[in-house]
Design a protein around this ligand. Structure first.
Ligand SMILES: Nc1nc2c(ncn2[C@@H]2O[C@H](COP(=O)(O)OP(=O)(O)OP(=O)(O)O)[C@@H](O)[C@H]2O)c(=O)[nH]1
Ligand SMILES: [Mg+2]
Length: 442
């Protein structure tokens, strides 16, 4: 995410970092580079200019030129301004209505249907809501199908009317259906067009007027950069929407949309989409995003994800097993599954400070665990609980069964032994202390 921008900002600011003598010329030069980096990332020209002017003003006002660590101070000023630019505070979603009605808007392929599902899933699991998904894309039967598939996947009811070509009627009926059936959130998915056109705008404006949503969200593909901002403007002029959803941030986007959209339409980004799966949704936090853009990682989000997936009961059982020296491959595979639940590997690594940059060219795929899992699945229950029994002939059998080599089996056994040793060392409160420390970071 934003690798290019991160690199360029890092280079621009590096000039100032660690240099004792800083001149006004130096600062100006740095800010010129910062501006160029922003423009390259497809940030709106006016936004970029105002941004660097503000940073300059702040920097000079705070006597960057005379402080001991001007480099660090500049990084902080840039970070703070970047946070402001992206909206400052985290914007929540309004769920007060009964039912709360949320309308999705956006161009074709921006990710409305996918995000409708993600949001329903998010509200269901995190906010214990009972959502209803509504299919108002009347032009493509496939679109209605797509929403049904999504609904099935996450266990959320989908409302659709076959043959009804009137999205206003469908949306209105859906809300009545929601009231009758105890749904407290209604998420209305609509049809997108390739480009902004009057027919689409009139249609969604009519739906908007008829159902008066509590939240109208504008869904936009972050890869579209500058265009995203123009589209946002067109939709906002008609719908006066409440917030923006930036999708496809898992790709290596240039970042322009994320940075300029708030300042152009003055509406906050509320959510981001970071993948095709239903759990690839995050609340947008401007400060954390600024950290990520500046390559400082996003430790807070990482810890939060770990805490979400961390099952305390399981952990307690695990500790007992380690203490009794009973940690086996069945436990090992459970650990792998816990890690996998946290999200894609690349995504997680991107949140580690410094690691995103260092590992950006390394291809980390989520199949990395597949070999390991296959090997463990080829073991007998005895071998899994007591790995010490795995001798040469057993290794050969396991390798054959899992489609791997004896060498790979050996490697896993070695890793497993090292891990067991480390776990024993962490006993006596080490692990618990670590989790407590993580809790405090919240
Ligand atoms: N990588 C990635 N792909 C996404 C994300 N969100 C959506 N997609 C993909 O983008 C494509 C289009 O998504 P849809 O949800 O169908 O888009 P839409 O806005 O409903 O499109 P229309 O109904 O045609 O207007 C699909 O292939 C999705 O899987 C995301 O956050 N990351
Ligand atoms: Mg759709």
């Amino acid at each position: 995410m934003f690798n290019n921008l991160s690199d360029k900002l890092d280079k621009a600011l590096h000039v100032l970092k660690g240099h004792g003598s800083i001149t006004e010329v130096n600062v100006a030069e740095t800010l010129k580079e910062v501006r160029r980096a922003l423009l390259d990332a497809d940030v709106n020209f006016k936004t970029a200019k105002e941004f660097t002017n503000r940073v300059k003003e702040k920097a000079l006002g705070q006597d960057v030129l005379t402080t001991l660590q001007p480099g660090q101070l500049m990084v902080k000023i840039v970070k703070d301004e970047l946070t402001e630019l992206m909206g400052g505070e985290t914007a929540g979603i309004n769920l007060k209505g009964s039912p709360s009605v949320i309308l999705m808007s956006g161009l074709q392929g921006s990710g409305k249907t996918t995000f409708s599902g993600k949001l329903a899933n998010f509200l269901k699991t995190k906010k214990t809501k009972k959502p209803l998904l509504v299919a108002c894309d009347v032009y493509r039967p496939a679109a209605i199908n797509q929403l049904h598939v999504v609904g099935e996947q996450i266990g959320v009811e989908v409302y659709s009317e076959e043959g009804n070509m009137d999205p206003v009627a469908i949306a209105t009926n859906a809300i009545a259906h929601a009231k009758q059936n105890g749904h407290n959130v209604v998420i209305v998915d609509t049809a997108g067009r390739l480009a902004v056109d009057e027919a689409m705008m009139t249609e969604i404006a009519n739906v908007h007027a008829a159902i008066t949503p509590d939240e109208t969200l504008f869904v936009v593909d972050s890869m579209t950069g500058q265009d995203a901002v123009n589209t946002a403007k067109a939709f906002n002029d008609r719908l006066n929407f409440e917030g923006v959803v930036l999708t496809k941030l898992d790709g290596d986007t240039r970042g322009g949309a994320a940075i300029s959209i708030k300042s152009v339409v003055n509406k906050p980004i509320k959510f981001i989409g970071t993948g095709e799966k239903m759990d690839a949704i995050d609340v947008f936090h401007p400060a954390r995003m600024a950290d990520r853009i500046l390559g400082m990682g996003d430790v807070v989000s990482l810890v939060e994800r770990a805490q979400e997936q961390f099952d305390e009961e399981e952990a307690r059982k695990l500790q007992k097993k380690i203490a009794k020296n009973q940690f086996g491959f069945d436990d090992f595979i459970k650990q792998i599954q816990q890690v996998k639940k946290m999200g894609s590997m690349k995504d997680l690594i991107g949140m580690i400070p410094g690691a995103g940059k260092a590992l950006k060219d390394v291809d980390i795929d989520d199949d990395a665990f597949k070999g390991i899992e296959a090997i463990i699945h080829s073991m007998t229950p005895e071998e899994r609980s007591t790995p010490a029994v795995i001798n040469g002939s057993r290794k050969k059998r396991i390798a054959k069964g899992s489609g791997t080599s004896v060498q790979e089996v050996n490697q896993l056994l070695k890793q497993f032994n090292q891990m067991s040793k480390m776990m024993k060392m962490m006993q006596g409160g080490g692990g618990r202390k670590m989790m407590q420390a993580m809790g405090k970071m919240r």
